[in-house]
Design a protein around this ligand. Sequence first.
Ligand SMILES: *Cc1c(COP(=O)(O)O)cnc(C)c1O
Length: 226
Amino acid sequence: MSVEQEIAGNLSAVRENIAAAAMRAGSPADLVTLVAISKSQPDERIAAALAAGQLVFGENRVQEAQTHWSERRDTTAGLELHLVGPLQTNKVKEAVALFDVIQTVDRPKLAEHLARAFDGLGKARRCFVQVNTGEEAQKAGVSPAEADGFIAACRGLELPVEGLMCIPPADAPVAPHFALLRKIAERNGLAALSMGMSADYAVAAELGATYVRVGRGIFGERAPRV
Ligand SMILES: *Cc1c(COP(=O)(O)O)cnc(C)c1O
C-alpha cells in the first residue's frame, strides 16, 4: 500500500467513526471538525493528507509548524492551521502570522501579548482557552475554578474566544473531563469544544466536541523527537 492510500484510508476511517459517534449523540456529523495533528510527521505524509482532501491541521510547536506550513500556507486554498501546543510569549508574533486558530490561550500574560500581536497584524486570530481539567501540575491550562475569570479577562482584551480546549490526564477515564469542559463552555456562552485525540476522539464527539485533534490515528506512529 502506498503512503497516499494508507493515509487516505486512515482519514476516511476516522471521519466515519466521527460520523457514527455524532449519530449516536443525535447531532450532525458536520458539527465536528477533524484537526489532523501533523507534528513530527515527514513531509510526504503531510502531502498525502492534503492530497486526500484534509485541510485543517494542528501543530504543537511554532518552529516545526513553520517548516511544515510556511510555504504551503500561500499555495493551499482553504488551509486552516491550529496551534495546539504551549505558546511562549516570545513566539507570539510568529505564531499569529502562521496560525488561524490559537487553541492554547492559558495565562493573562499570553492573552495580553496576543491582543497586542493582533493589533500589530491588523487582524485577530480565533482563540480557545485551554483548561487543565485534571489540574495536573505538569500540564498547561487554567484550572477549572479560574476559567470563568480568565475567559472574561480575554474578552476584556477583545480576544475572539470561540471555545475551550483540554487534554485530560493520560491514565484516567476521559468522559468526566470532557463533560466538565462542556459545562464550563456552556456557562460562559462558548460554542466550540476542542477535545479528543486518537485514543478517544469518538467519545469526545459523542460528548459534544466540535473539534477533535487526531495525530497517530491518521498518520501512524510519530518518529521520536530528537
Ligand atoms: C499530539 C497531540 C494530539 C494528537 O495526539 P494523537 O494521540 O497522536 O492523536 C492532540 N492534541 C495535542 C495537544 C497534541 O499535542
